[in-house]
Design a protein around this ligand. Structure first.
Ligand code: SF4
Length: 353
């Protein structure tokens, strides 16, 4: 009997959040050592917004990038460095390797998973696709290389609605995986006919609408910024629904002084940098009895730090390898996504969209 995505979600063991603790002297020594190693090895660092402040700072100090997963993929692909270090979770390292088979891709840790990826094993996903052969398969970037290899399109949250509208206008019916909340939101915004895999992000799923209503009353002038991996009732309370980059841009560009933010709080580092003087408030999670499994921070992102980054540069450990057959298939929908994103960017700047 086929196991449902919800059952896979229940089986996921979410680790506790363990943040790297460093004093100033150790931080400075680690950063100096890493910079020397990166230079010697022709390496560039791309870090996700949800990683810790030290990694984000180091990426920018060394000519790398702090961004969402789409921009991480684009940047790593375009950068001439021979080694790409990906600070984030495993699917991000895999995406970098799929796009750059000739480059060495390292990650500070290979233990950093993602509940969306874990909820969508390749074999069961293939069976789901086989049940809907007439549908165009669209998968979120938070999936394994093998799941991407089965897809027609890969998307990130920043372009998901645009792509669904585009495919819907071409008369295509969609099969979406793995995030059910984002899938429902995309369905609602695009009007596309979609069947959904029922995975979820353990971080965004913990945001609570009732508690958010109470918080809004305490901060009536605050704009509410929500990532679309959040539950439907939380999205319904948003002033802006957007990807991580779109959330950073909203804090920068909206006139409000206060923002209630429903996404991983690792993003606050970049938001403070881009929107100095603005007050950022975490959207509530879990309510009474909440644990650290539901406090707006991804335990897998927190596994990345300066210590394990230095270790991989010293030892060459944690290199990403992908089966070439799978890679050749997975690169097709990723390149489609990058081409589509580039086309949308052109249309936006031309005022078409
Ligand atoms: S925050 Fe959620 S979607 Fe992002 S890596 Fe963590 S579990 Fe996955």
């Amino acid at each position: 009997m086929q196991v449902s995505a919800l059952e896979f979600m229940q089986r996921i063991s979410v680790p506790p959040i363990v943040e790297e603790q460093l004093d100033d002297a150790e931080r400075a020594a680690l950063k100096a050592g890493i910079k020397a190693l990166m230079k010697a090895q022709d390496a560039v660092l791309v870090a996700h917004y949800y990683t810790n402040a030290d990694l984000q700072d180091l990426a920018e100090e060394t000519g790398g990038k702090v961004s969402d997963s789409l921009e991480m993929a684009r940047f790593g692909h375009a950068h001439p460095a021979k080694t790409i270090i990906v600070a984030g979770v495993r699917f991000m390292g895999e995406t970098a390797k799929i796009l750059n088979p000739e480059k060495r891709v390292l990650m500070p840790t290979l233990e950093a998973e993602c509940s969306l990826d874990l909820s969508c094993p390749a074999k069961e996903f293939a069976e789901f696709c086989d049940q809907h052969p007439e549908r165009t398969v669209v998968v979120y970037s938070n999936t394994s290389a093998a799941v991407k290899a089965r897809a027609d399109w890969v998307v990130t949250s920043s372009i998901a609605v645009k792509l669904a509208k585009y495919l819907h206008a071409r008369g295509e019916k969609l099969l979406w995986a793995p995030d059910r909340h984002l899938g429902r939101y995309v369905q609602q915004e695009s009007g596309a006919d979609m069947v959904l895999w029922e995975g979820s992000c353990v971080v965004h799923e913990a945001f609570q609408a009732e508690a958010l209503v109470r918080l809004k009353k305490l901060h009536p002038d605050a704009a509410v910024l929500v990532h679309p991996e959040s539950p439907e009732d939380v999205i319904a309370l948003a002033d802006v629904v957007g990807s991580t980059t779109q959330i950073v841009e909203a804090a920068k560009n909206l006139p409000n002084r206060e923002f209630i933010v429903a996404t991983d709080n690792g993003i606050f580092h970049k938001m403070h940098e881009e929107a100095p003087g603005k007050v950022l408030i975490e959207a509530p999670t879990g309510g009474v009895g909440a644990t650290c499994l539901s406090c707006a921070h991804c335990p897998w992102m927190a596994m990345n730090g300066l210590r394990n980054l230095k270790h991989v540069l010293e030892t060459g450990a944690n290199e990403i390898h992908i089966d070439e057959e799978i890679r050749k298939k997975a690169v097709v929908p990723i390149e489609r996504m990058l081409d589509f994103a580039a086309m949308m960017k052109t249309q936006v700047s031309d005022g078409v969209d």
